[in-house]
Design a protein around this ligand. Structure first.
Ligand SMILES: [Zn+2]
Ligand SMILES: [Zn+2]
Length: 624
């Protein structure tokens, strides 16, 4: 069970997320406007290409389409610097001012190839060679610049009035990593300056919330080239948040929801994946270990936990009285992602998931499935993100039943049962055709990141068929062997991605229970260091993540630093506090909370952490 499917196009990390924002709400225009805008942006890409060829005549042209939110053009050229982009933008201004007409002309294929060979444009030659021999090939000329293109464009370069180059990054010719690495310059264009300004402001807002930026700034995680892409290192603070989440989920499963815990290997023999079907269908996505010529067993790092837990079930004979059995495991899984897909923590090669498989009798299925949905909802509510989530009933595609196991009538009936559960729980949901697992329908909890890209955070899958493949059974009242049903589910999905989501949702200002540093003690001078230390020890003993700022800096400076670190509580201590055994409390929630006896403060924060209370942020806090 994998929460998402691999996509292939290689784009810059940040923009790939932005570009795939297929239904991103904020900047999607109605269709005719969209077409006009695409024409404008495509015209801007010709202007960009002309500007680059003027300033860097050795650059070779590849392609330059309009895309969601802008346009790009790919060039075979060494990487462009920030200064280069500024110069290119200035050159574009001259081209726009010249207001040249974009004139269309056509050539036969042979003439077209000759023109592009003579112009020294090998990528264009390759594009033309792919067209039918009798095709009439269109070009557009503006001033001295000519580009192979099917159009359409605006009539004159002067029509492009509001534009901006945004970034540049590497991209493979035709998106294939076996090909030459090109340099892609991204830009955007709008019909009016205010529209452009709105978009740039939106983009900046998104950039500020990006978990990849905040997470590094707060020292939650980092990445190192020599270790590899998609393999983040969690620093002590980030690890602490992941651990808080993991302990919470494991405690909830083990003490409240009747799960038993398993610990199974990170890898297995290829035979296992042949049985599961992954070897045939998912081999490219797996890390395979070993050499078929030398090793008796080829192994692979696991992309899922399912069969490992099934074999625990199969280790002994089960009776109808033993069911349901709910196996939980905080499982480390591996996926060989395309390098272009990786962005911070949302696409990684190794990730941790609150994996679970429930083995149940058919008569228990509905109740257990309902409980899994209830558990997922509880997790979302506790994290404060339930309003960010869309519940989706993911169904089979009746027009493409070859993709699924089982009879369409049974699928329809199962989908109806899940629909009834969602209705009964009072959960609003959408239905999606063709999103089911091959073995059964599922409920997915969908969310969007700051770029508008949709992701599955939690999935709960109905499986009435796989027990057959793994020969799992139980003995019923009559002594007969019966196939159990199964539920594949996560409680929090992928921890790394959940952390990314929480960073973006809270902009790093986590609720106190999730904060890696919940309290910081600030002595007003070195004289009160001992008192500060005694407070730190008491808070630590009470299970609160606390530190003391022992630097000989001014109090104002220490407070500012603590704010940047987004710490919920600051305790300022000086002579009066030491004499009275009190602390002066400043919080992210109420600003100055006044002087309190230390024990009262400890009680208050302990309760807030224990009950996972989310206090509302003080809106003015940032400015004060
Ligand atoms: Zn064009
Ligand atoms: Zn599974």
């Amino acid at each position: 069970m994998l929460p998402n499917s691999p996509e292939n196009e290689l784009l810059s990390a940040e923009l790939s997320a932005e570009l795939s924002a297929d239904n991103s709400t904020e900047f999607s225009a109605s269709v005719p406007d969209r077409e006009r805008l695409a024409t404008l942006r495509h015209t801007a890409s010709h202007i960009l290409a002309e500007a680059v060829k003027t300033l860097f005549p050795t650059a070779k042209l590849a392609i330059g389409p309009a895309i969601e939110n802008g346009f790009y053009y790919d060039f075979d050229h060494p990487p462009f610097s920030h200064e280069d982009l500024t110069a290119i933008e200035a050159q574009m201004k001259k081209i726009i001012k010249a207001n040249n007409r974009l004139e269309r002309f056509t050539l036969s294929r042979d003439e077209a190839v000759t023109l592009m060979v003579n112009s020294g444009e090998p990528y264009k030659v390759e594009l033309i060679s792919d067209l039918p021999a009798d095709a009439e090939i269109s070009f557009y000329r503006q001033g001295d610049f000519t580009d192979l293109c099917a159009g359409p464009h605006l009539e004159r370069t002067g029509a492009v009035k509001a534009y901006k180059l945004l970034s540049s990054s590497a991209a493979y010719w035709r998106g294939d990593s076996a090909n030459t690495t090109l340099q892609r310059i991204y830009g955007t264009a709008f019909f009016t300056k205010p529209e452009l300004e709105d978009y740039l402001a939106y983009r900046e807002k998104v950039r500020l919330r990006d978990h990849n930026r905040i997470g590094r700034e707060m020292e939650l995680f980092t990445t190192v080239d020599i270790i590899g892409q998609g393999l983040p290192l969690f620093m002590p603070k980030g690890t602490r948040i992941l651990q808080t989440l993991q302990r919470w989920i494991e405690d909830e499963e083990d003490w409240q929801r009747g799960y038993v815990r398993t610990k199974t290997p990170f890898m297995g023999k290829s035979d296992l994946y042949k049985l599961s079907g992954h070897w045939e269908h998912y081999r490219d996505g797996m890390f395979v270990i070993g050499d078929a010529d030398k090793d008796a067993d080829i192994m692979a790092l696991r992309p899922m936990t399912c069969p490992f837990q099934y074999f625990i079930y199969k280790a002994s004979q089960k009776s109808y009285r033993d069911l349901p059995i709910r196996y939980g495991e905080t499982a480390v899984l591996f996926r060989n992602e395309d390098s272009g897909e990786m962005h911070g923590l949302t696409r990684v090669r190794q990730f941790t998931i609150s994996e679970g498989h429930l083995v149940v009798r058919p008569d228990q299925m509905e109740q257990e499935f309902r409980d899994c949905i209830d558990f997922a909802r509880y997790c979302m509510q506790t994290l404060g993100v339930d309003e960010e989530v869309t519940y989706r009933l993911s169904k089979c595609d009746p027009a493409d039943m070859d993709k699924y196991i089982g009879d369409p009538a049974v699928w329809e009936e199962t989908e109806a049962r899940i629909r009834a559960i969602l209705v009964e729980l009072g959960i609003p949901f959408v239905e999606a055709v063709g999103e089911a697992a091959f073995y059964g329908p599922k409920v997915d909890l969908q969310t969007r990141n700051v770029y508008g890209k949709e992701d599955t955070v939690i999935t709960i899958q109905w499986d009435a068929v796989l027990a057959e493949r793994y020969d799992m059974y139980y003995i019923d009242q009559n002594g007969d062997k019966v196939r159990p049903y199964m539920i594949h589910r996560t409680a929090l999905g992928c921890y790394e991605r959940t952390l990314a989501w929480l960073i973006e949702f809270y902009e790093g200002k986590f609720p106190t229970w999730l904060c890696p540093e919940q309290v910081r003690v600030l002595p007003i001078s070195d004289k009160f260091m001992d008192y500060a230390e005694s407070i730190r020890m008491k808070l630590h003993a009470a299970g609160i993540y606390v530190s003391t700022d022992t630097r000989s800096e001014k109090l104002g400076y220490k407070i500012r630093d603590a704010r940047i670190a987004k710490i919920p509580y600051l305790l300022v201590v000086g002579a009066q506090e030491e004499a009275d055994g009190t602390v002066s409390v400043r919080s992210r929630f109420a600003g100055d909370e006044g002087v309190k006896p230390l024990s009262d403060f400890i009680d208050q924060v302990s309760l807030e952490i224990r009950d996972k209370i989310r206090r509302e942020e003080l809106r003015l806090d940032e400015k004060s």
